[in-house]
Write a protein that binds this ligand. Structure first.
Ligand SMILES: Cc1ncc(COP(=O)(O)O)c(C=O)c1O
Length: 502
């Protein structure tokens, strides 16, 4: 009988109890095959021998023997009993001298040469991998998936999917499904003071595609762009992928420092900003800075990319209108996403572009991926038009305010003055400021070991920041998860002997 068992690493191990081949040998070969063909990726930790033995229904000795053999041959590293890993580099000789078992895919070797642009884009492997993990506290940028109105959503999905008309099934307008473009424009006016006609709305598969499109359509390689520093790594990556020279511009309590940008690179072609809720610091850009930035853009004939990713969730203070509404010179490209207001896997976002750029953006978009899925757009259009969207946003504002309060209170109780978490007025994350001398990468590493995700501020910085911080997302986690994770974070930091016991 053949048993196929999925281990925690999704590895499928076929073991045959009816042959004479020893089980240890079969297990050894199955693991070796999986390591060589990449099913067990480099750096992955193997299950503990006891757990794997239980899953496979074999003795622990069988597993230990297989592991020992692989360790001796260099296919694994570490120590049986205290963590065994697939090594980052497999010894070349091993791959070459061994006769690979039949059906085995050749092990990935040296990458063939890429284009210069390809090399830069391929350098984002870590960024790509970071999207794959399940949301766990305090990973930022994820909305309350537990509070999404799926009943309503499913009704709308069923309505459109049951017997869709032909126009929803054929190719559609690369600019977006007209009813959705109208619904977005109708929402943005009153909600964000964005001035636009539906024709200016280009529906995309998320803000990320907007950044890519902007770089392709408006910039040439070696053009300069101001980037908020600290800032959004995916925006940085998109521009770097287009060979744009990034000019880091510091952010203070009023947002992007326009004077500093002007001093560093007055003739930049573009600036990327998150004025409503600076990513990651959380500050709101003051009106005087907004006006100064628009004035600079007008004089420099530069483009302002306004990323308004989570401004709908404002739970305190007076809402500040989007910069786009202040722009009299057609320099602002407004970028919105449904990743926070609905959910990220929807892959739906949009640009609002000045009227004289619409045709160029729509034509360019059509050659990249033609269009966004029309049925999805139809569902979202109804969600907006029938009032579900605004109702959901209102409920989420209350929920996020509560979740933030829970986080701030728990951090104060468990970590006192050692981690300063000040409540923000908008969004799904706050910055936890570490006490002096803490290296935020070390703190983040300690958190990871305790199962808590707390991205260090330094990973968002181009130039070093004067104080260390941890990015704490709260949107997706209930109060029990938040309190529990804060306790674990506090104890992880303490056990690194860096915090005084409270
Ligand atoms: C600053 C910022 N902009 C935009 C987005 C949304 O990107 P997308 O629409 O591609 O999901 C995010 C998501 O985390 C973000 O943090």
């Amino acid at each position: 009988m053949t048993r196929r068992v999925r281990t925690g690493t999704l590895l499928t191990l076929p073991l045959n109890t009816r042959t004479n081949a020893p089980l240890f040998r079969q297990l050894y070969e199955a693991l070796q095959r999986s390591i060589l063909d990449g099913t067990l990726p480099r750096g992955v930790r193997l299950p503990a021998t006891r757990g794997l033995a239980e899953e496979l229904g074999v003795s622990r000795n069988t597993v230990m023997n297989a592991y020992e053999q692989l360790l001796a041959e260099g296919y694994l590293e570490g120590k049986v009993g205290s963590g065994t890993y697939v090594p980052r580099t497999l010894p070349e000789e091993m791959i070459q001298v061994r006769e690979p078992p039949r059906q085995m895919r050749p092990a990935p070797r040296k990458r063939p040469p890429l284009s210069r642009r390809g090399e830069v884009l391929a350098g984002n492997a870590k960024l790509a991998a970071s999207s794959v993990y399940m949301p766990r506290p305090f990973r930022a940028g994820i909305p309350a998936l537990d509070a999404f109105p799926f009943e309503t959503w499913m009704r709308l999905v069923a309505r459109h999917h049951r017997r869709p008309p032909r126009d929803l099934l054929s190719y559609g307008d690369p600019a977006g499904y007209a009813p959705l473009r109208r619904a977005i424009a109708a929402h943005l006016g009153p909600a964000r003071a964005v001035h636009c006609d539906p024709e200016q709305v280009v529906v995309l598969t998320g803000a990320q595609q907007g950044l890519d499109l902007i770089a392709r359509v408006l910039l040439d390689p070696q053009d300069s762009a101001w980037m908020e520093d600290p800032g959004y790594p995916s925006a940085r990556a998109a521009l770097q992928g287009a060979a744009i020279r990034l000019v880091p511009v510091p952010v203070d309590t009023e947002g992007l420092d326009v004077a500093a940008g002007n001093a560093r690179c007055p003739d930049a072609r573009l600036v990327y900003v998150t004025p409503s809720h600076q990513y990651p610091l959380g500050v709101t850009m003051s009106l005087s800075r907004r006006l100064a930035l628009l004035d600079w853009a007008r004089r420099a004939k530069a483009w302002v990319v306004e990323d308004d990713y989570d401004s709908e969730f404002r739970f305190a203070g007076r809402p500040l209108a989007a910069m786009q509404g202040l722009d009299r010179d057609g320099r602002v490209i407004y970028m919105g996403t449904f990743s926070k207001t609905l959910f990220p896997s929807l892959r739906l976002g949009y640009l609002v572009v000045p009227p004289d750029l619409v045709e160029a953006f729509v034509a360019s978009r059509s050659v990249i991926d033609r269009q966004t899925a029309t049925l999805t757009q139809a569902v979202v259009a109804d969600f907006l038009n029938e009032g579900h969207f605004l109702r959901h946003i209102r409920r989420m504002r209350t929920l996020y305010r509560e979740r933030q309060e829970t986080l701030v209170r728990a951090a104060k109780r468990e970590m006192g003055g050692e981690l300063e978490v000040c409540p923000g007025e908008t969004g799904l994350h706050v910055m936890g400021w570490l006490c002096e001398k803490w290296d935020d990468r070390q703190a983040s590493h300690a958190a990871t070991e305790a199962g808590v995700k707390a991205t260090p501020l330094s990973s968002y910085c181009i130039e070093p920041h004067e104080r260390g911080g941890l990015m704490l997302g709260f949107g997706a986690y209930d109060s029990r998860q938040i309190r529990d994770s804060i306790r674990r974070l506090a104890s992880a930091l303490r056990s690194h002997n860096r915090l005084r016991p409270l």
